[in-house]
Design a protein around this ligand. Structure first.
Ligand code: HH2
Length: 259
């Protein structure tokens, strides 16, 4: 199991917006997450929270490029973007994974870039885009629908030349899903094992936790850890989290109990 620590270089991320907008603060935060046990640092310059404003490409680049460059020697870095130019500059600066919440659909050349540069790719499920995704999300069967979507995106990536062994898959917890959809995906996560690729899960601090118990965004560590432990028990391979030290401890202890 790997931990992916979140480094948001944004003014408006839903839980830590504005804390690491300054490059030095973001780099220091990433270095701390590595000391806390992160295996991968996921650097992002655009919030994907529901309704977030789209960030201009030049601005996104300006935010993430120095942070990726500052962290790439110390850690494996993924770049959380769906923009080709941002991914390309981040790879030049040392990123080795592209985490694209649109699963390579936003930019028609993204798959070819990932293939050519031989980077890892995270393909995530999201219906529509962050501006529209929470408008009455509906599925026939959320797990079957997400699974079919991810299978199709793997096929498209492989057809564009991305090596299948470089692909990780993510059902996109909180992206175009009701609370019940998120819970159902977590409950039946093992069904996505059939896709044959490592599974990434990001529940950290998300609003479905607050909808369950009324907790505010700063009060969701317990729920984040509970869902992370359960996700690993159901077969998650990578946990994308803000609170790396606490999650690492939860993993150590649950692994010790399970033997
Ligand atoms: N969640 C967020 C952003 N990127 N990428 C993947 N693969 N999976 C996720 O679950 C995921 C993601 C949202 O979290 P955060 O980055 O903290 O918030 P914001 O998008 O507001 O910056």
């Amino acid at each position: 199991m790997k931990l992916m620590g979140v480094v948001n270089v944004t003014p408006d991320s839903f839980s830590d917006g504005g804390l690491y907008l300054d490059s030095d603060a973001a780099i220091a935060h990433g270095e701390k997450l590595v000391r806390d046990g992160a295996d991968v640092l996921d650097v992002g310059g655009e919030s994907t929270r529901p309704g977030a404003a789209e960030v201009d490409q030049a601005e996104e680049l300006r935010r993430v490029q120095p942070v990726v460059a500052g962290l790439a020697e110390a850690a494996t870095v993924s770049i959380d973007t769906s923009k080709l130019a941002v991914a390309e500059a981040a790879i030049d600066a040392g990123a080795s994974i592209v985490n694209d919440v649109t699963a390579l659909r936003r930019d028609p050349d993204m798959a070819a870039l990932c293939a050519e540069r031989e980077v890892g790719v995270v393909l995530m499920h999201m219906p529509g885009n962050p501006r529209t995704m929470q408008d009455n999300p509906t599925y026939d069967d959320v797990v079957d629908d997400v699974k079919a979507f991810l299978a199709e995106r793997v096929e498209a990536a492989v057809a564009a030349g991305v090596a299948e062994e470089r692909i990780w898959l993510d059902p996109g917890i909180g992206f175009g899903k009701t609370v019940e959809h998120n819970l159902e995906l977590l409950r039946r996560l093992a069904e996505l094992r059939g896709l044959g690729r490592p599974l990434v899960i990001g529940t950290s601090r998300k609003s479905f936790i607050g909808r369950i118990d009324g907790s505010g965004v700063d009060e969701r560590l317990g729920g984040s850890i509970a869902t992370s432990v359960l996700a690993v028990a159901e077969g998650a391979d990578v946990l994308r989290v803000h609170d790396v030290a606490e999650t690492a401890q939860a993993m150590r202890v649950s692994e010790a109990v399970l033997g």
